[in-house]
Design a protein around this ligand. Structure first.
Ligand SMILES: [Zn+2]
Length: 412
């Protein structure tokens, strides 16, 4: 038997729904009448039949009757239609009437099949393979990203472009991903070495040179920047800065310097969690698919890699995507915030400032353009002719790192 929605003579106020997509879907059915929920007459109302039909359409964007059966056994838990309807309406209707509306919808919709959260195996696999292919191409075939010349991507540079572009477009269309760093924001950098006390003295004497971005010729490959392309890697807390540094070194003490943001910055926040899309939005299915792709790619960008000879190559995909974010976003972003792999819960911000000309030491004379050998300055015009960051020698401190290693048997 097909699912079907019973006719109903009852109506409810058109203003009880709060979700704009649900309101939009009901708008063409609004008439004057009596609301069975609040009992008022002469109201703008919609038939409960239309409400039930619209809700069922929303339910079917996320739930189906098949679930996921990888091995003759249902993998997804069965959910009752009442539970589903309540979950769908929870953010979509006035809370005072939610239970009543849910009950009316459940009463009107008939079906005799079980419901499961939909699991699209092909889409999941598609996401995985598209990333796997991207990684292979940029590691082993080509590091170019080229817009397709013909109707579709054919060459490796064209295929890589399409993936990078989709990721940039997704975050560009979603305000949640842009995080503003207002003047006064504190950022932390840490360094370590065999003789931490000597390092501390040197950092105090010249915090900008010792703790600013490394000189271009000495910049090693990192998660978001290739060898020879320095970036200003910072963390939001001194602890996170130390944990990141300690994870790449055998030393247990770090020197930390605090940088103050002096001019407003925009960074792409890969740790941001966008608002969930409304199931009443007809674009839900494609939107949820883009979000799934984005989250998968982002997690791969911030995966931990062993610090061995292959690391430089393993970082290539995230380095290339970083360049896409850096040069293709409009308005231009100034860096990328991402979750710390070494420090659980911590956040790092890699800033696109490749030398110290934009950093001033508190109480010391400002010497701009200490690196005149660059062909052009990639800094946008939006900055005023004063430092973007300051660092105070008095902020330099030491932190101790505690390491824990544990082991567990992996075979039964
Ligand atoms: Zn009403």
């Amino acid at each position: 038997m097909e699912d079907y929605v019973a006719e109903s003579t009852e109506s409810m106020c058109a203003e009880h729904p709060t979700d704009e997509h649900l309101r939009g879907a009901l708008a063409s059915s609004v008439v004057l009448g009596l609301c069975v929920l609040c009992g008022q007459s002469g109201r703008q109302v919609v038939s409960l039949h239309v409400v039930a039909r619209t809700t069922l359409a929303a339910v079917q964007r996320k739930f189906d009757h098949w679930g996921f059966i990888p091995d003759e056994e249902q993998f997804m838990p069965e959910v009752t239609f009442a539970e589903i309807v309540e979950s769908v309406l929870v953010a979509a209707v006035d809370d005072d009437f939610r239970l009543d509306i849910s009950a009316k919808v459940v009463e009107l919709v008939r079906f005799d099949r079980p419901w499961y959260e939909a699991y699209d195996e092909d889409a999941e696999a598609g996401t995985y393979f598209s990333w796997r292919d991207f990684e292979y191409r940029v590691k082993h075939q080509s590091r170019l990203l080229l817009p397709p010349v013909g109707e579709r991507a054919v060459t490796p540079p064209e295929e890589s472009y399409v993936l990078a572009r989709s990721m940039v477009d997704f975050v560009s269309a979603n305000d949640t991903f842009v995080r503003r760093l207002s003047p006064g924001t504190l950022l932390y950098r840490a360094r370590t070495g065999r003789d931490v006390r000597d390092l501390e003295r040197r950092v105090r004497a010249a915090p900008k040179a010792e703790m600013g971005p490394p000189p271009a010729h000495a910049a090693s490959a990192a998660r978001l920047s290739a060898a020879g392309m320095p970036m200003f890697y910072t963390a939001l807390t001194p602890e996170t800065a130390c944990e990141e540094v300690a994870s790449h070194s055998p030393y247990d003490e770090c020197v930390v310097a605090t940088f103050t943001v002096e001019q407003p910055l925009r960074v792409l926040d890969l740790t941001a969690i966008p608002e969930p899309m409304s199931l009443f939005d007809e674009e839900y299915t494609s939107g949820a698919g883009r979000l799934r792709d984005f989250e998968f790619y982002r997690d791969r960008m911030t995966d931990a890699f062993a610090a061995d000879d292959s690391q430089a190559m393993e970082y290539l995909p995230s380095q290339l995507l970083t360049e896409a974010f850096r040069w293709w976003t409009a308005p231009r972003i100034h860096g990328i915030a991402y979750s710390s792999v070494a420090g659980a819960g911590g956040k790092n911000i890699a800033l696109f400032f490749e030398d110290w000309e934009w950093i001033e030491e508190v109480g010391r004379e400002f010497y701009r353009f200490g690196a005149p050998s660059k062909p052009t300055s990639p800094m946008p015009d939006e900055f005023e002719d004063r430092p973007v960051f300051t660092v105070d020698a008095a902020s330099v401190t030491r932190y101790e790192v505690t390491r824990t290693v544990s082991a567990a048997r992996t075979n039964p």
